[in-house]
Design a protein around this ligand. Structure first.
Ligand code: AMP
Length: 175
């Protein structure tokens, strides 16, 4: 399964100069979606995982099936104001903007090994904030897991101090 061929390039979204990697065709293609989840699970072989932390919103789509497949729970890292109970928050820079992530204060038991999941690693700002949030909430970052990595933005280097980085599909060129 050539997942990189199923992921669609959308130029100039959400603003000029950004080449958006659209994973929605993967979700519509059951074989591709299954291959994505199976591939992500394989990447985690040898990594102790207690629970996943899914980054809103596309991270949810991979962490959910992965959690079920591996028999692990899924904590939600949501955008500001969405979670109903008491939260911790962390702010961060995006490739295109600024945002805040929140997590429920009771999402993790102390020292639980947490794998952070998102659809795509760009600059790493979102995942870095997610790692901060996981630690603030008492978890240990066991790793980062992405369907797609944009290698030229060097997010991996930015996350190196925080934990191992795993990605299934890598794009090396700037366009
Ligand atoms: P970053 O914090 O720069 O690593 O950005 C990662 C987050 O923004 C992820 O949640 C992605 O879904 C989204 N994102 C950033 N850049 C892109 C892109 N070029 N294509 C698709 N999603 C992107």
């Amino acid at each position: 399964m050539k997942l990189e061929k199923v992921i669609r390039d959308v130029p100039d979204f959400p603003k000029p100069g950004i080449l958006f990697k659209d994973i929605t065709p993967v979700l519509l293609d059951v074989a591709a979606y299954r291959a994505a989840v199976t591939g992500l699970e394989k990447l985690l072989e040898g990594t102790g995982v207690d629970v996943f932390a899914a980054i809103e919103s596309r991270g949810f789509l991979f962490a959910g099936p992965l959690g079920l497949a591996m028999g692990k729970g899924v904590a939600l890292l949501r955008k500001e104001g969405k979670l109903p109970a008491d939260t911790f928050a962390a702010s961060y820079e995006l490739e295109y903007g600024r945002a805040t992530l929140e997590v429920h204060r009771d999402a993790f038991a102390a020292g639980q090994r947490v794998v952070i999941v998102d659809d795509l690693l760009a600059t790493g700002g979102t995942a870095k904030a997610a790692a901060e949030l996981v630690r603030t909430a008492g978890g240990t970052v066991a790793g980062f897991l992405f369907l797609v990595e944009l290698e030229f933005l060097d997010g991996r280097a930015r996350l190196a101090q925080d934990g191992p980085v795993f990605s299934l599909v890598r794009f090396g060129g700037a366009a």
